[in-house]
Design a protein around this ligand. Structure first.
Ligand SMILES: *[C@@H]1O[C@H](CO)[C@@H](O)[C@H](O)[C@H]1NC(C)=O
Length: 291
């Protein structure tokens, strides 16, 4: 049976490392790292994510600035808020919780954040840095960075291995594939038009599932001993649960864990890592601002 990759434990260990660094930095009289969290509208799921992120900041001593805006805010008004945060020296990281209401162009909003405060790593400059191996300081997108961190902390070899990334989103699939390439893996990116998907996945030593389809990846798709990182968070009906649903990943975990060498559960796998990397990036931004 597979090693279950404990993202919660690794995430907690990273938070503890950050807490110690923030404490040292504060003791030296440095400005406290600050993260601005911009929430537009009143989506319940977004509010939950924002609350989790703020709670994690509190735990490690990162100061949060909440900017809560109405769903019908105009594009120009939203940009004004971002500009204010861009020039605020006590704010080192700016997080705009996605998705935004439909009338706001997410791409243009994200592009407005100055790249050095783009702790989500979604600004085009930061994504481009991954592709061109830029020497400029940049921020790596949190979810793919978290996946890589899990592979590293579980000592899963990457160089020379076959990695298959299922999904090509700007937030996960594309940066993930570039990060694995940079680590000298042989990388294949699959998507909805890929043919012989199962056969391609069966070649993989490392599978990153970020396709947003509940339990799509079956045990029969996996090479024996493969490392499986499941980025998916999907709600499926479950009458045995009080809420009437439960969360599952993009991988059929129960079956897959019998074949895989290592696998992340959902929840408790990649999720906690994404927050840990957000805080890592915020600390990094604060440290760079001191230079
Ligand atoms: C990848 O391989 C190149 C040689 O082609 C090497 O210089 C580089 O250090 C390797 N990258 C990593 C992250 O190991």
């Amino acid at each position: 049976m597979a090693t279950i990759i404990d993202g919660k434990a690794v995430g907690d260990a990273i938070l503890e490392e950050i807490r110690a660094q923030v404490a040292t930095s504060s003791a030296a009289g440095q400005v406290v790292p600050g993260l601005a969290v911009v929430l537009v509208g009143d989506r319940k799921d977004s509010a939950t994510y924002v609350r989790m992120k703020k709670k994690a900041c509190e735990k490690v001593g990162i100061r949060t600035v909440s900017v809560t805006l109405p769903a019908d805010i105009s594009f120009d008004e939203l940009l004004k808020h971002i500009d204010t945060l861009n020039t605020d020296a006590t704010v080192h990281g700016i997080l705009v919780q996605l998705p935004l209401p439909a009338h706001l162009n997410e791409e243009l909003v994200l592009n407005r954040i100055v790249p050095e405060k783009d702790v989500d790593g979604l600004h085009p400059m930061n994504l481009a840095s991954l592709a061109i191996k830029s020497k400029l300081p940049y921020m790596v997108a949190c979810t793919p960075a978290g996946c890589l961190e899990l592979l590293d902390r579980y000592k899963i070899p990457i160089e020379g291995k076959r990695a298959v990334v299922l999904g090509r989103s700007r937030i996960v699939g594309i940066p993930m594939s570039l990060l694995l390439l940079e680590r000298n893996a042989t990388v294949t990116v699959c998507h909805s038009k890929s043919q012989n998907l199962e056969a391609v996945v069966r070649e993989a030593d490392i599978v990153i599932a970020c396709c947003g389809q509940a339990q799509m990846v079956k045990a029969s798709w996996l090479k024996h001993g493969a490392a499986v990182i499941d980025v998916g968070i999907n709600a499926i009906d479950d009458a045995t649960k009080k809420a009437g649903y439960r969360l599952v990943g993009d991988v059929d975990f129960e079956q897959a864990k019998e074949v895989a060498g290592a696998i992340t559960p959902v929840p408790g796998g990649v999720g906690p890592m994404t927050i840990a990397m957000l805080l890592t990036n915020t600390l990094l931004a604060q440290q760079r601002s001191l230079k």
